[in-house]
Ligand binder design. Sequence first.
Ligand code: PLP
Length: 399
Amino acid sequence: MPQLAKRMGRAKPSAIMMVADKAKQLKAEGRDIISFSIGVPNFLPGDHVYAAARAALEHDSGQYGSNRGADALLDAFLQHIGAIGLEGYSRANCAAGIGAKHILYNLAEVLLDEGDGFAFATPYWTSYLDIGEILDADIQLLPCPPEQDYKLKPAQLDAALARKPKLFLFNNPNNPTGMVYSRDEIAALADVIARHPDTWIVTDDIYNRMVFDGVGYHNFVHVRPELRDRVVFVDSLSKTYGMPGWRVGLMAGPEVVAKAVTTMNSNHITNLPEIVTAAAVAALSGPQDVPTAKNAEFQAKRDQVMAVLDAIPGVVCPRPQGAFYAFPDVSAAFGKSHEGKRIDDDVDFCNALLEAKGVACVPGSAFGEPRSMRISYTCPTEQLQPGLQRIQEFFAELR
Ligand code: PLP
């Protein structure tokens, strides 16, 4: 039998999906499971989105569409990002893809050759590592432990960019930590970036509408517009609009990059489906009451999560200000036992928590931080408090 390509030796299935699958299996066996594992928003888009999709179905052209994305979609995106201060871009700066994951993969393909430096902070969204490994990039991890609130410091970035990586990928608000960089923090990092002209910057900011406490969303180009010739902004409809399965991601950046991503699209996907495009246009340009209401709900849930985590002795959790994740350091439990089962690391911890209490969380090692675990608090509201209480009980029962 012929062999698979060598890159498949480096490609792994998603660790998050593995936890979600185990939780599903236990549920199917009749266990009472509360899942804090998968990062799906758990709400549906507004009626106008479905109406637009139905209308598109009625008027389906049956044709292939634009490799870059339909003009109506790009225009709606331009208007949408204009509202967060990303102005002055045109269609030629943009491209659409099958979700931000696809856009990020495309970007890595068009910006990185084999062996090129690819820098990003830990904790990271799991796919960054997978994409870098599949493309055989030289991955440079920048550790941001809980002691520094999981945030990248300017001096750290300076040292990393001095090695001239081809690509620095930045994620704000952050998955898995929920951290959001303030305008001052972004400005300090942007000053560093300005001193290192050899590196492309991709900002994966798909949670940019999901920020709490009035902190606002800030991008490097807000504070240093001259960086626009090497910063690529990535967005997605998945989380903001409750549309993860519709698969719409978008980018805005230098024309040369948008053109390259369009070329990749022409080889990979040809176009986004017409019905999906119509739904996306409606979501971006229609009433914003669903995302606005959901953001308020997520902020209230964040408060509930933090009230419990802050009360557990030994647990340290930098306070999230965006997305819908909390990332507590649970290493105080390592070396202890629960009902006779020894917990040596984050994987033992999450397994024991799932077995004993029916609460599914994702081990931090999936995100490059093995002292922590990720709580995704998008579950139905009535499950949140019971799930948190079970985590609290679990800690109290450690010996
Ligand atoms: N980037 C981050 C930080 C994410 O958390 C996710 C999804 O969880 C994605 C990108 C991918 O989003 P999409 O559903 O648009 O592919």
